[in-house]
Design a protein around this ligand. Structure first.
Ligand code: ZN
Length: 83
């Protein structure tokens, strides 16, 4: 059963979407930015313990403004991050 893992919200137009894959949430943010110029943000829900540890190690909170491009959470594909 699919769990919602991330909620993406756009403060500029009020759009709100939930996703069960982080990769989809990321793709939505990137698409929304390219289509509208808006900077949507995401909120992560529950992550696996391994991912939470990876996040702590990398010093990121999962939000785009806090996630460096070097972080595996930022560029890692969904298979690596979630499954
Ligand atoms: Zn927007």
């Amino acid at each position: 059963m699919a769990e919602k893992r991330a909620t993406v919200t756009c403060p500029e137009c009020g759009q709100r979407e939930t996703f069960d894959k982080l990769a989809r949430a990321r793709a939505f943010i990137e698409t929304h930015r390219s289509e509208t110029g808006h900077e949507a943000t995401w909120e992560l829900h529950r992550l696996s313990p391994g991912v939470e540890r990876a996040g702590d190690d990398a010093g990121v909170c999962g939000r785009p403004e806090c996630t460096t491009e070097d972080s595996p959470l930022y560029l890692g594909d969904d298979a690596n991050v979630c499954d």
